[in-house]
Write a protein that binds this ligand. Structure first.
Ligand SMILES: Cc1ncc(C[n+]2csc(CCOP(=O)(O)OP(=O)(O)O)c2C)c(N)n1
Ligand SMILES: [Mg+2]
Length: 329
């Protein structure tokens, strides 16, 4: 794939992942009010492209550590819709037998090592895993995703320092939406992320969530750099968070501000950013290559398939906690 990265096949793979994420999240929005999914939702809307491209380029053999905004990472890497909704609905067919829900869905056997509700808590384990890879002279790359807010935690600075000092094979990807819940980046950070990363002597790249080709090319460069130089890489990935911090509404609907303050961000900026929605962009790109009929059929077929899976999941058994406890004794 590396010689001709931007092939039709690559764009189709991107469409596959991005559409899975968006369609699954649209169904979460549709059914959540029924109160059968007993798990808080931190939605991925907006971050689909930067996450799915990373997974396609760094590959299934790399080890991934993420955060509570987990849907894009799970569906990019594992893409098992039944196990995904099984987990959201707390069913025994869920990826983790229905006990982890949205914020902790993982599968270490498939290299989704950990995601967590605690801000920045998977960065340390990611560095530990990179250190193991270094000691074992393994070719495994470790990918650590986190938000801009996580860069304010002490462990983040220790992670950059240690990885740089020991030349660890780790790619840090900061998913920068310039928000931590409802607090803007400039109200929280006295430093510039780029300057800080460079001060640790770590190779730095910057991407924006709507630049399909640039995102992929940057990831490819980052991969080459890490394999050649055996040193860490940092990628600041800017994206627009479409929805509330937790929940399914935008910040601009009536009664949407349950968790966040009111009117803390601009509706005009929001509308401007929605025009660069990665889902629309990939759809338009595929439309140009394969035509309107192809993309319309593709999306409607996928929506129908996912809708059927959800109905089956809903009818399946809930998790048997007693059995799980006995199995873990
Ligand atoms: C250690 C810790 N402190 C505070 C919180 C509460 N909290 C949950 S999400 C969040 C914002 C984090 O923002 P960011 O890292 O930018 O990620 P985003 O939600 O924007 O994707 C905060 C403060 C937490 N979960 N863990
Ligand atoms: Mg943020």
């Amino acid at each position: 794939m590396e010689k001709n990265l931007l092939t039709k096949k690559f764009y189709l793979d991107l469409l596959d992942r991005i559409s899975s994420i968006r369609i699954c999240e649209n169904f979460i929005s549709k059914f959540y009010h029924e109160n059968e999914m007993k798990t808080p939702m931190h939605m991925s809307k907006g971050e689909e492209l930067v996450i799915s491209s990373a997974v396609l380029i760094f590959g299934k053999k790399s080890k991934y550590f993420g955060y509570y905004r987990s849907h894009a990472l799970y569906l990019s890497l594992i893409n098992d819709i039944k196990s995904f909704f099984g987990e959201m609905y707390g069913k025994s067919i869920g990826e983790n037998s229905g006990i982890t829900g949205s914020m902790h869905i993982l599968n270490p056997k498939k290299n989704l090592m950990s995601v967590s509700a605690i801000v920045s808590s998977t960065i340390g384990p990611a560095v530990g895993s990179a250190y193991a890879s270094f000691l074992n002279k393994s070719k495994n790359i470790i990918v650590s995703f986190f938000g801009d807010g996580a860069t304010e935690q002490g462990v983040f600075h220790e992670a950059l320092n240690f990885s740089s000092l020991k030349n660890l094979p780790i790619i840090f990807i900061c998913l920068n939406n310039k928000l931590a819940v409802d607090v803007k980046l400039q109200e929280r950070q006295s430093y510039k992320i780029k300057k800080l990363v460079k001060s640790y002597d770590i190779k730095y790249y910057e991407i924006k969530s709507f630049e399909i080709n640039k995102v992929s090319k940057t990831y490819l460069d980052a991969k080459k750099y890490i394999l050649k130089n055996k040193k860490p890489v940092f990628i600041e990935a800017h994206y627009h968070r479409h929805l509330q911090h937790i929940g399914l509404k935008t910040d601009f609907e009536k009664n949407s501000n349950i968790f966040e303050r009111q009117n803390y961000r601009s509706i005009n900026e929001h509308k401007k950013n929605l025009k660069k929605d990665p889902y629309l962009l990939i759809i338009n790109l595929i439309k140009k290559i394969y035509g309107e009929k192809f993309i319309n059929n593709y999306i409607s077929k996928k929506e129908k398939t996912i809708a059927k899976i959800i109905q089956k999941v809903k009818k399946s058994k809930v998790v048997n906690f007693k059995k799980i406890l006995i199995n873990h004794k």
